[in-house]
Ligand binder design. Structure first.
Ligand code: OKP
Ligand code: ZN
Length: 336
Protein backbone atom coordinates (compact mmCIF):
# COMPACT_ATOMS: atom_id res chain seq x y z
CA UNK A 1 0.00 0.00 0.00
CA UNK A 2 1.31 3.43 -0.90
CA UNK A 3 1.94 5.88 1.95
CA UNK A 4 1.52 9.61 1.33
CA UNK A 5 3.30 12.25 3.40
CA UNK A 6 4.85 15.68 2.81
CA UNK A 7 7.67 17.07 4.94
CA UNK A 8 5.94 20.46 5.06
CA UNK A 9 3.32 18.96 7.39
CA UNK A 10 5.94 19.04 10.14
CA UNK A 11 6.05 22.85 10.02
CA UNK A 12 3.22 22.54 12.53
CA UNK A 13 4.86 22.15 15.95
CA UNK A 14 3.13 23.83 18.90
CA UNK A 15 5.18 23.87 22.10
CA UNK A 16 2.64 23.10 24.78
CA UNK A 17 -0.99 22.51 25.61
CA UNK A 18 -3.24 23.13 28.56
CA UNK A 19 -3.84 19.70 30.09
CA UNK A 20 -5.70 19.12 33.36
CA UNK A 21 -4.94 22.67 34.47
CA UNK A 22 -1.23 22.60 33.68
CA UNK A 23 0.95 23.48 30.72
CA UNK A 24 2.36 20.27 29.28
CA UNK A 25 4.51 19.48 26.25
CA UNK A 26 2.28 19.16 23.17
CA UNK A 27 1.31 15.48 22.61
CA UNK A 28 0.69 15.79 18.89
CA UNK A 29 4.37 16.10 17.90
CA UNK A 30 6.28 15.93 14.59
CA UNK A 31 8.12 12.87 15.96
CA UNK A 32 4.84 10.92 15.53
CA UNK A 33 5.25 10.89 11.77
CA UNK A 34 8.95 10.05 12.02
CA UNK A 35 8.14 6.98 14.13
CA UNK A 36 5.66 5.83 11.48
CA UNK A 37 7.90 6.53 8.47
CA UNK A 38 10.78 4.67 10.13
CA UNK A 39 8.61 1.55 9.81
CA UNK A 40 6.85 2.19 6.52
CA UNK A 41 9.69 3.45 4.36
CA UNK A 42 9.77 6.32 1.88
CA UNK A 43 6.47 8.01 1.19
CA UNK A 44 4.98 8.79 -2.21
CA UNK A 45 4.95 12.44 -3.28
CA UNK A 46 2.05 14.70 -2.41
CA UNK A 47 0.63 17.00 -5.09
CA UNK A 48 -0.91 20.41 -4.54
CA UNK A 49 -4.67 20.47 -5.21
CA UNK A 50 -4.99 24.11 -4.12
CA UNK A 51 -7.55 25.64 -1.79
CA UNK A 52 -10.76 24.72 -3.65
CA UNK A 53 -11.21 21.28 -2.02
CA UNK A 54 -10.48 22.84 1.39
CA UNK A 55 -13.12 25.53 0.80
CA UNK A 56 -15.62 22.85 -0.24
CA UNK A 57 -15.65 21.84 3.46
CA UNK A 58 -14.46 24.83 5.48
CA UNK A 59 -15.84 28.37 5.64
CA UNK A 60 -13.72 30.98 3.90
CA UNK A 61 -13.63 33.21 7.00
CA UNK A 62 -12.30 30.29 9.07
CA UNK A 63 -9.62 29.48 6.49
CA UNK A 64 -8.59 33.17 6.43
CA UNK A 65 -8.36 33.09 10.20
CA UNK A 66 -6.09 30.00 10.16
CA UNK A 67 -3.85 31.60 7.55
CA UNK A 68 -3.38 34.85 9.46
CA UNK A 69 -3.89 34.03 13.16
CA UNK A 70 -0.28 33.55 14.16
CA UNK A 71 0.96 36.69 12.37
CA UNK A 72 -1.82 38.67 13.99
CA UNK A 73 -0.91 37.22 17.39
CA UNK A 74 2.65 38.46 16.93
CA UNK A 75 1.34 41.83 15.69
CA UNK A 76 -0.63 42.12 18.94
CA UNK A 77 2.71 41.94 20.77
CA UNK A 78 2.42 38.32 21.90
CA UNK A 79 5.06 35.61 21.81
CA UNK A 80 4.85 31.86 21.17
CA UNK A 81 1.73 30.01 20.02
CA UNK A 82 -1.64 31.74 19.62
CA UNK A 83 -4.30 30.42 21.98
CA UNK A 84 -7.76 31.61 22.95
CA UNK A 85 -9.21 32.09 26.38
CA UNK A 86 -12.84 33.05 25.84
CA UNK A 87 -15.33 30.87 23.96
CA UNK A 88 -18.75 32.11 22.75
CA UNK A 89 -20.75 29.05 23.80
CA UNK A 90 -23.88 31.07 24.36
CA UNK A 91 -25.06 33.25 21.47
CA UNK A 92 -22.36 32.44 18.96
CA UNK A 93 -23.08 34.67 15.93
CA UNK A 94 -21.03 36.15 13.11
CA UNK A 95 -19.90 39.36 14.83
CA UNK A 96 -17.17 41.15 12.83
CA UNK A 97 -14.66 41.13 15.69
CA UNK A 98 -11.09 41.85 14.61
CA UNK A 99 -9.28 41.26 17.81
CA UNK A 100 -7.21 38.09 17.65
CA UNK A 101 -8.40 36.90 21.07
CA UNK A 102 -12.05 37.17 19.97
CA UNK A 103 -11.33 35.21 16.81
CA UNK A 104 -9.36 32.49 18.60
CA UNK A 105 -12.45 31.92 20.73
CA UNK A 106 -14.99 32.13 17.91
CA UNK A 107 -13.19 29.61 15.71
CA UNK A 108 -12.45 26.93 18.29
CA UNK A 109 -14.14 25.00 21.07
CA UNK A 110 -11.19 24.14 23.30
CA UNK A 111 -7.96 25.55 24.69
CA UNK A 112 -5.92 22.53 23.62
CA UNK A 113 -5.45 23.61 20.00
CA UNK A 114 -2.87 26.41 19.65
CA UNK A 115 -2.01 28.10 16.35
CA UNK A 116 1.79 28.05 15.99
CA UNK A 117 3.94 29.78 13.38
CA UNK A 118 3.80 26.79 11.00
CA UNK A 119 0.25 25.64 11.70
CA UNK A 120 -1.30 26.80 8.43
CA UNK A 121 1.51 25.29 6.37
CA UNK A 122 1.28 21.97 8.22
CA UNK A 123 -2.52 21.79 8.09
CA UNK A 124 -2.58 22.74 4.40
CA UNK A 125 -0.13 19.98 3.44
CA UNK A 126 -1.88 17.48 5.69
CA UNK A 127 -5.09 18.08 3.70
CA UNK A 128 -3.13 17.80 0.43
CA UNK A 129 -1.77 14.46 1.65
CA UNK A 130 -5.31 13.12 2.08
CA UNK A 131 -6.24 14.40 -1.40
CA UNK A 132 -3.16 12.79 -2.96
CA UNK A 133 -3.95 9.42 -1.36
CA UNK A 134 -7.52 9.78 -2.66
CA UNK A 135 -6.09 10.19 -6.18
CA UNK A 136 -4.19 6.92 -5.73
CA UNK A 137 -7.45 5.10 -4.90
CA UNK A 138 -9.31 6.81 -7.76
CA UNK A 139 -6.45 5.69 -10.03
CA UNK A 140 -6.97 2.05 -9.11
CA UNK A 141 -5.10 1.34 -5.84
CA UNK A 142 -7.32 -0.83 -3.61
CA UNK A 143 -6.14 1.09 -0.53
CA UNK A 144 -3.96 4.09 0.17
CA UNK A 145 -2.63 5.52 3.42
CA UNK A 146 -2.59 9.28 4.02
CA UNK A 147 -0.13 9.95 6.84
CA UNK A 148 -1.92 13.12 7.88
CA UNK A 149 -0.51 15.29 10.62
CA UNK A 150 -1.93 17.44 12.10
CA UNK A 151 -5.01 15.22 12.35
CA UNK A 152 -8.44 16.46 11.28
CA UNK A 153 -11.48 14.69 12.68
CA UNK A 154 -12.24 17.20 15.47
CA UNK A 155 -12.24 20.18 13.05
CA UNK A 156 -15.63 21.37 11.79
CA UNK A 157 -16.68 23.72 8.97
CA UNK A 158 -15.63 26.76 10.98
CA UNK A 159 -13.85 25.51 14.04
CA UNK A 160 -10.65 23.90 15.25
CA UNK A 161 -10.22 21.71 18.33
CA UNK A 162 -8.54 18.56 19.63
CA UNK A 163 -5.22 19.13 17.77
CA UNK A 164 -7.21 19.47 14.49
CA UNK A 165 -7.44 22.44 12.08
CA UNK A 166 -8.55 21.18 8.65
CA UNK A 167 -10.68 18.05 8.45
CA UNK A 168 -8.56 15.89 6.16
CA UNK A 169 -11.02 12.96 5.98
CA UNK A 170 -13.96 15.27 5.24
CA UNK A 171 -12.00 17.17 2.58
CA UNK A 172 -11.15 13.87 0.86
CA UNK A 173 -14.71 12.53 1.19
CA UNK A 174 -16.12 15.68 -0.45
CA UNK A 175 -13.45 15.66 -3.17
CA UNK A 176 -14.37 12.06 -3.98
CA UNK A 177 -17.74 13.06 -5.46
CA UNK A 178 -16.43 14.82 -8.56
CA UNK A 179 -14.16 11.78 -9.05
CA UNK A 180 -17.28 9.65 -9.48
CA UNK A 181 -17.85 8.30 -5.97
CA UNK A 182 -21.50 8.98 -5.20
CA UNK A 183 -21.94 7.14 -1.93
CA UNK A 184 -19.13 7.58 0.56
CA UNK A 185 -18.93 6.02 4.03
CA UNK A 186 -16.59 7.31 6.72
CA UNK A 187 -15.58 4.94 9.52
CA UNK A 188 -13.84 6.66 12.44
CA UNK A 189 -11.88 4.27 14.66
CA UNK A 190 -9.83 6.83 16.59
CA UNK A 191 -10.22 6.53 20.38
CA UNK A 192 -11.98 9.92 20.39
CA UNK A 193 -15.26 10.72 18.69
CA UNK A 194 -14.84 12.50 15.35
CA UNK A 195 -17.12 15.41 16.18
CA UNK A 196 -15.92 17.66 13.36
CA UNK A 197 -16.58 15.03 10.70
CA UNK A 198 -19.97 14.26 12.24
CA UNK A 199 -20.97 17.94 12.21
CA UNK A 200 -19.84 18.41 8.58
CA UNK A 201 -21.96 15.50 7.31
CA UNK A 202 -24.76 15.56 9.90
CA UNK A 203 -27.49 16.51 7.40
CA UNK A 204 -25.95 14.69 4.42
CA UNK A 205 -27.73 11.42 3.56
CA UNK A 206 -25.20 10.43 0.86
CA UNK A 207 -22.27 10.34 3.28
CA UNK A 208 -22.62 7.76 6.04
CA UNK A 209 -20.62 8.53 9.19
CA UNK A 210 -19.93 5.80 11.74
CA UNK A 211 -17.68 6.21 14.77
CA UNK A 212 -16.48 3.74 17.40
CA UNK A 213 -14.96 5.63 20.34
CA UNK A 214 -14.63 6.04 24.07
CA UNK A 215 -17.94 7.00 25.66
CA UNK A 216 -18.10 10.81 25.68
CA UNK A 217 -19.70 10.57 29.11
CA UNK A 218 -16.16 9.91 30.37
CA UNK A 219 -13.87 11.06 27.57
CA UNK A 220 -13.06 13.98 25.27
CA UNK A 221 -14.84 15.56 23.36
CA UNK A 222 -17.73 15.03 25.88
CA UNK A 223 -20.39 17.03 24.01
CA UNK A 224 -20.61 14.86 20.87
CA UNK A 225 -20.58 11.15 20.10
CA UNK A 226 -23.50 9.97 22.21
CA UNK A 227 -25.58 7.12 20.79
CA UNK A 228 -28.65 9.31 20.28
CA UNK A 229 -26.89 11.49 17.67
CA UNK A 230 -28.12 9.88 14.44
CA UNK A 231 -28.18 12.73 11.88
CA UNK A 232 -30.60 15.52 10.97
CA UNK A 233 -32.80 16.39 7.96
CA UNK A 234 -31.71 14.50 4.82
CA UNK A 235 -28.99 12.89 6.94
CA UNK A 236 -31.43 11.36 9.41
CA UNK A 237 -30.11 7.82 10.07
CA UNK A 238 -26.80 8.42 8.26
CA UNK A 239 -24.82 8.98 11.48
CA UNK A 240 -24.07 6.01 13.75
CA UNK A 241 -22.26 6.42 17.09
CA UNK A 242 -20.98 3.37 18.94
CA UNK A 243 -19.52 4.54 22.27
CA UNK A 244 -17.59 2.01 24.36
CA UNK A 245 -16.43 2.05 27.99
CA UNK A 246 -12.85 2.68 29.05
CA UNK A 247 -10.89 -0.56 29.24
CA UNK A 248 -12.60 -2.11 26.19
CA UNK A 249 -10.44 -4.93 24.78
CA UNK A 250 -10.21 -6.66 21.43
CA UNK A 251 -13.04 -9.16 21.60
CA UNK A 252 -15.70 -6.58 22.42
CA UNK A 253 -14.22 -3.99 20.09
CA UNK A 254 -14.11 -6.35 17.11
CA UNK A 255 -17.70 -7.48 17.68
CA UNK A 256 -18.81 -3.84 17.63
CA UNK A 257 -16.73 -3.26 14.50
CA UNK A 258 -18.57 -6.17 12.83
CA UNK A 259 -21.85 -4.36 13.53
CA UNK A 260 -20.41 -1.11 12.17
CA UNK A 261 -19.32 -2.86 8.96
CA UNK A 262 -22.83 -4.32 8.53
CA UNK A 263 -24.33 -0.83 8.88
CA UNK A 264 -21.81 0.51 6.37
CA UNK A 265 -22.67 -2.30 3.93
CA UNK A 266 -26.36 -1.32 4.14
CA UNK A 267 -25.36 2.16 2.92
CA UNK A 268 -23.80 0.52 -0.20
CA UNK A 269 -20.76 2.83 -0.38
CA UNK A 270 -18.49 2.98 -3.41
CA UNK A 271 -15.68 4.42 -1.27
CA UNK A 272 -14.78 3.92 2.39
CA UNK A 273 -12.74 6.60 4.18
CA UNK A 274 -11.23 5.34 7.45
CA UNK A 275 -10.22 7.88 10.09
CA UNK A 276 -7.61 5.74 11.83
CA UNK A 277 -6.28 6.59 15.27
CA UNK A 278 -3.66 4.34 16.86
CA UNK A 279 -4.68 5.78 20.25
CA UNK A 280 -6.94 2.75 20.89
CA UNK A 281 -3.74 0.77 21.62
CA UNK A 282 -3.26 -0.28 25.26
CA UNK A 283 0.04 1.62 25.48
CA UNK A 284 -1.38 5.02 24.49
CA UNK A 285 -0.50 7.56 27.22
CA UNK A 286 -3.69 9.66 26.96
CA UNK A 287 -6.30 6.96 26.18
CA UNK A 288 -7.79 3.93 27.92
CA UNK A 289 -8.77 1.13 25.51
CA UNK A 290 -6.95 -2.20 25.68
CA UNK A 291 -6.29 -3.19 22.06
CA UNK A 292 -3.05 -4.81 20.90
CA UNK A 293 -1.36 -5.13 17.52
CA UNK A 294 -3.16 -8.38 16.68
CA UNK A 295 -6.43 -6.53 17.23
CA UNK A 296 -5.25 -3.78 14.88
CA UNK A 297 -4.52 -6.37 12.19
CA UNK A 298 -7.92 -8.00 12.79
CA UNK A 299 -9.64 -4.61 12.47
CA UNK A 300 -8.07 -4.03 9.08
CA UNK A 301 -9.04 -7.51 7.89
CA UNK A 302 -12.67 -6.81 8.78
CA UNK A 303 -12.57 -3.42 7.06
CA UNK A 304 -10.98 -4.94 3.95
CA UNK A 305 -13.86 -7.44 3.92
CA UNK A 306 -16.19 -4.63 2.80
CA UNK A 307 -14.71 -5.11 -0.69
CA UNK A 308 -14.74 -1.38 -1.53
CA UNK A 309 -11.73 0.88 -2.10
CA UNK A 310 -10.40 2.24 1.19
CA UNK A 311 -8.71 5.56 1.88
CA UNK A 312 -7.02 5.47 5.29
CA UNK A 313 -6.47 8.86 6.92
CA UNK A 314 -4.24 9.12 10.01
CA UNK A 315 -5.78 10.74 13.09
CA UNK A 316 -4.42 10.26 16.65
CA UNK A 317 -1.95 7.94 18.38
CA UNK A 318 0.49 9.20 21.02
CA UNK A 319 2.56 6.19 22.14
CA UNK A 320 5.37 7.51 19.98
CA UNK A 321 7.84 4.67 20.59
CA UNK A 322 5.28 2.06 19.46
CA UNK A 323 3.50 4.14 16.86
CA UNK A 324 5.32 2.84 13.78
CA UNK A 325 4.74 -0.79 14.80
CA UNK A 326 1.11 -0.15 15.67
CA UNK A 327 0.34 1.62 12.40
CA UNK A 328 2.14 -0.98 10.30
CA UNK A 329 0.23 -3.78 12.11
CA UNK A 330 -3.03 -2.09 11.08
CA UNK A 331 -1.93 -1.57 7.47
CA UNK A 332 -0.66 -5.17 7.22
CA UNK A 333 -4.21 -6.43 7.84
CA UNK A 334 -5.27 -5.13 4.42
CA UNK A 335 -2.93 -7.44 2.57
CA UNK A 336 -3.38 -10.47 4.82
C1 OKP B 1 -7.09 14.14 19.19
B1 OKP B 1 -7.31 12.85 18.41
C2 OKP B 1 -6.18 18.80 26.76
C3 OKP B 1 -6.72 17.40 26.88
C4 OKP B 1 -7.60 17.10 25.74
C5 OKP B 1 -7.55 16.52 23.44
C6 OKP B 1 -7.45 15.18 22.82
C7 OKP B 1 -7.48 15.31 21.34
C8 OKP B 1 -7.30 13.98 20.66
N1 OKP B 1 -4.84 18.79 26.49
N2 OKP B 1 -6.86 16.56 24.69
O1 OKP B 1 -8.64 12.43 18.36
O2 OKP B 1 -6.46 11.78 18.81
ZN1 ZN C 1 -7.84 10.40 19.28
Amino acid sequence: MRVFFDQRQDAHAPARELHNGEWMPYSEKPSRTRSILDRLGSPAAVSDHGLAPVLAVHERAYVGFLQSAHARWLAAGRAGDAIGYTFPVVGRRPLPLDRIDAQLGAFSYDAGTPVAAGTWEGAYWSAQTALSALDAVAGGDRQAFALCRPPGHHAGRDYMGGYCYLNNAAIAARAARPLGYERVAILDVDYHHGNGTQDIFLDDGETFFCSIHADPATDYPFYWGHADETGTGDGDGATLNLPLPRGTAGETYLAVLDGAMEAIARHRPDLLVVSFGADTHASDPICAFDLDRDDFRAMAQRIAGAAVPVLIVMEGGYAIGDLGLNVSAFLSGFSA
